[in-house]
Design a protein around this ligand. Structure first.
Ligand SMILES: Cc1cc2nc3c(=O)[nH]c(=O)nc-3n(C[C@H](O)[C@H](O)[C@H](O)COP(=O)(O)OP(=O)(O)OC[C@H]3O[C@@H](n4cnc5c(N)ncnc54)[C@H](O)[C@@H]3O)c2cc1C
Length: 345
């Protein structure tokens, strides 16, 4: 059995992206995962780039900015499902007591306040900008293919301790999403259920229809995300007991009230939605923590790199968190890792 540099546990967007960056830095990597795409949390997400339900803000700013630049580059390349779309973001009517604007806002392409005519009668404040939409049904298979082409295997394997992984490699990445609760005993990690409704594009819709996000009710952000073959409507974010698996759930778990409330709020934002045919309802579980856990832990056989707890922004932050994980490993002097990670596109 050939010696590996790293085992990445988890093949969701966090594990796959971290594996990609370790491979780009020249390491020999294998992934172990209970489930792989299309059965991971990101597979239900739309997903659009938006730092939502995630902390801590200073680190999130940096990771989101890195990932924005990376996705923007990917959007210029064919076949990966990443598209830059305009976003209309409706803000709460009043400033949040002078809360500072997050730093990630400043770097957005095409950023400008919405005009009174764009806002209409029911909204008072909003901004427009361009952001990546990462169409996960195309993006996740592309990411898997990239990793496999770099020589990494994705092994179907569930673990209940990291010891077997340290038997194979001196670096182990814990990218197990909600699975980390049981693996590390981290009770700060909770599960936020999210319901989405996928619909056909309304007849006559333009290919470049914008994303619309209504941030006015912090507890239930509503959003409309057009994609190449459908439109994703969201959403809910409700704390629930941790599910026995990180797999997206059976859609029958979604309550009819939630589904109707989502469609009705989204129709209020974009009236055309009322004429569209419904396709499916999806339910997934965001791995939420008051702070993302991205840190190195010393192990007697090497380094355990935690990268989990990305809440509602695991896709948004994926390239930033992966680059940070590689950077921190480089600080340990691990042979072959440059101090500044290479970021192959
Ligand atoms: C409805 C909904 C909408 C969302 N929309 C967006 C969006 O628009 N933009 C955005 O950025 N984010 C969005 N998110 C959040 C995003 O999907 C998550 O933050 C992200 O997918 C988490 O990825 P992860 O790789 O950390 O975890 P997961 O995808 O849960 O992957 C965990 C991996 O670890 C494996 N695993 C777990 N335990 C074990 C074990 N013991 N042994 C071996 N393997 C194990 C699993 O099988 C899986 O491969 C949304 C989430 C939901 C639910």
């Amino acid at each position: 059995m050939s010696r590996l540099d790293a085992i990445v546990v988890g093949a969701g967007v966090s594990g796959l992206t971290t594996a990609h960056e370790l491979l780009a830095a020249g390491l020999r990597v294998e992934l172990w995962a209970k489930d792989r795409p299309p059965h991971t949390t990101a597979d239900v997400a739309a997903a659009f780039w938006y730092p939502f339900l995630v902390n801590p803000s200073a680190r999130v700013d940096a990771w989101a900015t890195t990932a924005y630049a990376r996705f923007r580059k990917l959007a210029h390349m064919p076949g990966n499902g990443v598209v830059m779309r305009e976003v209309f973001e409706l803000r709460p009517d009043h400033d949040d007591h002078g809360a500072a604007t997050p730093a990630w806002v400043a770097q957005l392409d095409g950023l400008r306040p919405m005009t009174a005519s764009e806002l209409g009668d029911s909204h008072r404040r909003g901004r427009r900008f361009f952001a990546p939409v990462i169409e996960t049904p195309r993006y996740m298979p592309w990411l898997v293919e990239r990793i496999e082409r770099c020589g990494a295997k994705i092994v179907s394997r569930s673990i209940d301790s990291f010891e077997p992984a340290f038997e194979r490699a001196p670096i182990v990445v814990n990218a197990t999403g909600l699975g980390a609760r049981q693996l590390t005993g981290d009770l700060a990690l909770i599960s936020l259920e999210g319901v989405l409704v996928k619909i056909e594009p309304p007849p006559g819709w333009p290919d470049d229809a914008p994303v619309v996000v209504d941030e006015r009710r912090a507890s239930t952000v509503a959003y409309v995300v057009p994609r190449s073959g459908d439109v994703v409507l969201g959403g809910t974010a409700r704390p629930v007991p941790p599910p026995p698996t990180t797999r997206p759930s059976d859609p029958s778990r979604a309550s009819a009230d939630d589904v109707e409330a989502i469609v009705s709020r989204c129709t209020g934002l974009v009236p055309d939605i009322g004429r569209a045919t419904r396709r499916e309802v999806c339910v997934g579980y965001r791995p939420y923590r008051a702070e993302i856990r991205l840190e190195l832990e010393r192990h007697d056989k090497g380094w355990l790199v935690h990268n989990y707890g990305h809440g509602g922004a695991g896709v948004t932050l994926s390239w930033g968190c992966a680059a940070q994980a590689v950077h921190e490993l480089a600080q340990t002097g691990y042979p072959g890792l440059d101090a500044v990670p290479r970021t192959a596109s």
